[in-house]
Write a protein that binds this ligand. Structure first.
Ligand SMILES: Nc1nc2c(ncn2[C@@H]2O[C@H](COP(=O)(O)OP(=O)(O)OP(=O)(O)O)[C@@H](O)[C@H]2O)c(=O)[nH]1
Length: 207
């Protein structure tokens, strides 16, 4: 029998939805395209949010990433928090080290989000260190505040580091899903008691 016709069942893929949030121009699209294609596209023109699907192995596990590239028009426009939190399994919060306003945008966005959704803080454009307005320490402190991982990257220069950001967030999401599954199981098992004939049972007609 030929194995050419055998295709991996879709159900073996783990679906993972990630929303990328950040002020205009921080490099959200550049980071996503870098992850998807390993290429850097300097000028990426789009007026609306985009969704991408991408299959990748993370620690040997096949993952189907669905990535939402949010597209705020101004520094005052924030994504719809409840829609985002409902949709996303994980959030990538991106600012640019060359623009303090974008760092403040993330603080404000996180306040609106008010969520336990796993997230990761990413400082982009680290190749432009001569234009740095936000120090690494400030990024680390904010990440501590958010209780999340932090990395400084450059969509322009880095390939592996950018992939690591998405992979790390994927690990966080999977770990959190496992944890909530486990605690649900524990609650279900903890709630089960040995069978006792209850009041309502005793009212049943006996035959
Ligand atoms: N030097 C440098 N420039 C970058 C980097 N990432 C993105 N850029 C530039 O920053 C600009 C904005 O990049 P985008 O990827 O369009 O940013 P965005 O956050 O998707 O922007 P919006 O779609 O407006 O929300 C472009 O001119 C990119 O070339 C980087 O790592 N280093």
């Amino acid at each position: 029998m030929s194995t050419r016709g055998i295709r991996r069942k879709k159900s073996t893929l783990t679906d993972l939805k990630i929303a990328v949030v950040g002020a205009p121009g921080v490099g959200k699209s550049a980071l996503i395209v870098r992850f998807l294609t390993k290429r850097y596209i300097g000028e990426y023109d789009h007026q609306t949010e985009n969704r991408y699907k991408h299959e990748a192995l993370v620690d040997g596990e096949p993952i189907l990433f669905e990535i939402l590239d949010t597209c705020p028009k101004t520094d005052d426009e924030f994504p719809n928090a409840s829609e985002l939190v409902q949709w996303a399994d994980g959030l990538l919060l991106v600012y640019s080290i060359t623009d303090r306003n974008t760092f403040n945008y993330i603080r404000k966005a996180k306040c609106d989000l008010q969520t336990d959704t796993p997230l990761q803080l990413v400082a982009n454009k680290v190749d432009m260190v001569h234009l740095r307005q936000v120090s690494r320490d400030e990024g680390e402190i904010l990440a501590k505040d958010f209780e999340c991982k932090f990395s400084e990257v450059s969509a322009a220069d880095h390939v592996d580091q950018v992939a690591d950001v998405f992979h790390e967030l994927c690990r966080e999401v999977l770990a959190s899903k496992r944890k909530s599954k486990q605690s649900l199981l524990e609650r279900m098992l903890g709630g089960s008691r040995p069978y006792n004939r209850g009041k309502s049972d005793s009212n049943l007609p006996k035959d």
